[in-house]
Design a protein around this ligand. Structure first.
Ligand code: SF4
Ligand code: SF4
Length: 318
């Protein structure tokens, strides 16, 4: 039975207003074939489990220390003494030696506060649907629904398909937040159950796309064309990263591509780069590669917006 399929979720955000129209519940699935340098959710990238540490929830090694006791490899040792981020007291924070760690997750199982954790959570379609359906009255009033996001949700295709279909059958509008990097036939299969694609255009030059995301862009562009021809509705998203893809040539090329698929586009969202995800890299012990990149200026964003609008596109800065 499709309802018994299990997917790997790393978060469910209720009352989300940034992932499509109206009030939405966003279901974030784990695992992505891309590695965008600017990714603001590194916990979404790997299909496997991760060991994450959130200092804000930690009781400290002196008062607790269960993680260090649970680690048979001695990969957790005392670090700095710091003022606790949640309580007004000093704690000794645990330091994870990522070279020694084998992600056995015994420390996460032992942690009483959830400070050590694995973001990967198995959930059935029924469990997710139940969580999502609770807010149906808000979706109906606001023109919202569910957004299936990631990671790349098409990488867990059987689960994503079953969830989209189940939501659709419950009368819940479905948005699919996708990189576009998945087989065309899968997109065509899921199309009847997707009311809106939140579709990223990251770079129009395939070589640059490969350099900045780890994969080329031909399939992504072709899927967009195919889906628009088949009646798919799009909210195009263009994350604008200074020096990487927010260059005059790429802004023009992206706008030109949007004109090509204009009949399927509801809106083009220009997303100025931000660094809000940088602390999530610390939680996983991964280096954030764009720490030297600053957000684009308001003037730069306004100029880019004007270019899109002058080409007849319904565009906005989001
Ligand atoms: S995941 Fe396992 S090996 Fe890694 S720090 Fe925790 S207990 Fe040690
Ligand atoms: S077990 Fe959890 S709360 Fe206790 S010291 Fe380790 S990370 Fe902090």
């Amino acid at each position: 039975m499709a309802e018994e399929l299990t997917g790997y979720v790393y978060d469910i955000q209720k009352f989300s207003v940034h992932d499509g129209p109206g009030i939405r519940t966003t279901v974030f699935l784990k695992g992505c074939p891309l590695r965008c340098l600017w990714c603001h959710s590194p916990e979404s990238q790997r299909f496997e489990s991760d060991l994450a540490y959130m200092e804000m929830k930690c009781i400290g090694l002196e008062d607790c220390g269960l993680c260090a006791k649970a680690c048979e490899l001695g990969a957790i040792t005392p670090g700095e003494r710091k003022t606790s981020l949640s309580e007004n007291k000093e704690i000794v924070v645990p330091v994870i030696d990522r070279q020694k760690c084998i992600t056995c997750l015994k420390c996460a199982e032992a942690c009483p506060s959830g400070a050590m954790y694995d973001p990967k959570k198995p959930m059935t379609v029924t469990e997710v649907l139940t969580a999502v359906a609770k807010d149906k009255k808000y979706y109906d009033k606001s023109g919202g629904g569910v957004t299936i996001s990631g990671g790349e949700p098409m990488s867990q295709f059987p689960f994503t398909f079953a969830l989209a279909k189940a939501c659709h059958e419950e009368g819940i509008s479905v948005a699919l937040d996708t990189t576009g990097f998945a087989p065309t036939e899968r997109f065509l299969e899921i199309l009847p159950y997707v009311d809106l694609f939140l579709y990223d255009l990251k770079h129009l030059d395939s070589k640059s796309h490969q350099n900045f995301t780890g994969v080329p862009n031909e399939l992504i562009l072709e899927n967009a064309r195919t889906l628009v021809k088949a009646g798919g509705r799009f909210q195009v998203r263009f994350p604008m990263i200074p020096k990487l893809n927010a260059t005059p040539e790429n802004i023009r090329a992206t706008a030109a591509f949007c004109v090509e698929i204009k009949e399927g586009i509801d809106v083009v969202q220009l997303l100025p780069y931000h660094k809000f995800g940088a602390t999530k890299y610390d939680r996983l012990g991964i280096k954030y590669k764009l720490s030297n990149v600053e957000p684009p200026s308001d003037e730069f964003m306004q100029d880019a917006l004007k270019l899109f609008q002058d080409m007849g596109l319904n565009a906005m800065i989001h």
